[in-house]
Design a protein around this ligand. Structure first.
Ligand code: FCB
Length: 485
């Protein structure tokens, strides 16, 4: 495993680099009574005993539905200028299609207005996994009509919000809701379909992405900046020897297993207009046949490539004659891991964006990156999350290396603003820069929140400074008092 870059350096991201934090709707909103919204597959999945850690669910979550104004004040105090949020499809259309739920759209109206009043630019994801239960019962992603249903929903949202919102993402992490949700059964809807059907569901999700882009462009009242936010499945080289870098690139873009954990099965159709050759060969007759026009729908022009990167796999060039041009490099015993068991791998944020930029030539935005812990507020009322700070510092320094390498990176959104409902892990895993006490809904910014404020304000220059252990060193005491009540 490579050691982190220790060379003395100065860091400064571009003035127009978008610094922000991210959340998603089901993970924070609550506001789930039937008069407020329809149900998604996550509502029903959470009711299955044992599906989620200690049977937690997102019924109340961070109660952001009622507390959004307080949350926006915290964002402001953190100095956040860009906020990635998502819209819950069955909040906007209870049945997923047809009639619009006025109360649902009104909530997003209020939230967007509040953000803008505080000088915060919204970045809106249309689908972060809350597939409407009513449409799931009509076949879900296996139904070809899914794309059109998504297009209608996207149109309703964009018609309503695009006088104020200009940054859009269609779908979040198709690999996760398709593989974990439809093949492994570990996420909603919790089914284990054969490969042939998960490939069909994937194809329809990609069509929905394309239909979503069309809907945004057609309905937008102001020029729209449109992207998506897939998982970045990154292999990075053990060092910067060109042979190892080539090996890592090859591994990053390969499909070697009959499942969906890869980049290209999703990104090649979206960005290049075709499925990748190696995937077609490996999946063989399981690949659904489709009308040629489907690829035109999927391959819509995008303005940026959003990507969520948390970890990565270290590789090096394989000896001549090996089955693949790369071989894995095992992490040293005891190498850093977070409480989800994800390996610390900062160089994933150097090479992942670089490889994606080289292949797809779209500006890269890191739409998610962060780490989890099972932390609590100490007896002095503080939450000193030094591992989150160190993780973020290492990854952002690696991202600065990517920029030095010539990668076109336009933004970084930390996951997450608040601790929240972490899917199958429930409330156990905390990814936030702001601690949430779920019994009292009290918010306590962690040290990382104030540290990150300084990183954003200095455009990354402070990343080379030692970390200070006192939040007051990063933000005036009055600001703490304003948000910690
Ligand atoms: C990503 C999801 C996000 C969050 C983080 C930790 O896979 O997009 O909602 O759960 O992981």
């Amino acid at each position: 495993m490579p050691t982190p870059s220790t060379r003395p350096r100065s860091v400064q991201f571009a003035p127009d680099f978008a610094w922000g934090v991210a959340t998603s709707s089901y993970q924070i909103e609550g506001g789930s009574s039937p008069d407020l919204r329809g149900e998604s597959v996550w509502d029903s999945f959470c009711r299955k005993p044992g599906a989620v850690f200690e049977n937690h669910h997102g019924g109340v979550a961070c109660d952001h539905y009622n507390r959004y104004a307080e949350d926006v004040r915290i964002l402001k105090a953190m100095g956040v200028k860009n906020y990635r949020l998502s819209i819950m499809w069955p909040r906007v259309m209870k049945e997923g299609t047809g009639q619009v739920n006025a109360a649902g759209l009104a909530f997003y109206d209020r939230l967007i207005d509040c953000l803008l009043e505080h000088g915060i630019t919204p970045w809106v994801t249309l689908f972060h996994w809350e597939y409407p239960l009513a449409l799931y019962n009509r076949g879900g992603w296996l139904n070809r009509d899914s794309a059109e249903w998504f297009g209608q929903y996207a149109t309703a949202v964009v018609e309503r919000l695009s006088d104020r919102v200009t940054n859009w993402m269609t779908i979040n992490e198709p690999q996760v809701f398709l593989q974990l949700g439809h093949a492994d059964g570990k996420h909603a809807p919790g089914v284990q379909l054969p490969l042939r059907e998960t490939l069909l569901a994937s194809h329809n999700a990609l069509r929905a992405h394309g239909r979503g882009v069309q809907a945004i462009r057609a309905a937008a009242k102001r020029p729209a900046t449109v992207g998506w936010a897939p998982v970045g499945h990154v292999s990075y080289p053990i060092d910067n020897d060109p042979a190892n870098v080539d090996a890592a690139r090859a591994a990053t873009f390969a499909i070697t297993q009959k499942q969906l954990w890869n980049n290209t099965w999703f990104a090649d159709p979206v960005c290049l207009g075709c499925y990748p050759e190696d995937g077609l060969r490996l999946y063989g007759s399981e690949v659904p046949s489709h009308p040629v026009a489907d690829m035109d729908l999927i391959n819509q022009k995008l303005d940026f490539y959003g990507v969520n990167i948390y970890s990565g796999a270290c590789v090096q060039a394989a000896p001549a004659g090996s089955a693949t041009p790369w071989q894995s490099v095992a992490a040293p015993q005891g190498h850093g891991r977070n409480t989800m068991d994800w390996l610390l791998a900062p160089d994933a944020l150097r090479y992942g964006p670089r490889f994606l930029w080289e292949r797809y030539r779209l500006p890269i935005i890191i739409t998610e990156n962060g780490t989890c812990s099972t932390d609590w507020v100490d007896l002095d009322g503080r939450m000193l999350d030094l591992q989150r700070i160190d993780y973020t510092r290492r990854y952002l320094l690696a991202l600065a290396d990517a920029v030095d390498d010539g990668t076109n990176v336009k933004g970084y959104f930390h996951w997450s603003f608040l601790d929240n409902f972490e899917w199958a892990e429930g409330y156990k895993q905390r990814f936030g820069m702001v601690h949430v006490n779920y019994a009292t809904q009290r918010r306590t910014p962690k040290l990382s929140a104030w540290w990150y404020r300084r990183v954003m304000q200095s455009r990354g220059a402070s990343l080379t400074e030692p970390v200070l252990l006192d939040a007051n060193a990063y933000a005036p005491q009055q600001e703490h008092a304003d948000v910690v009540r």
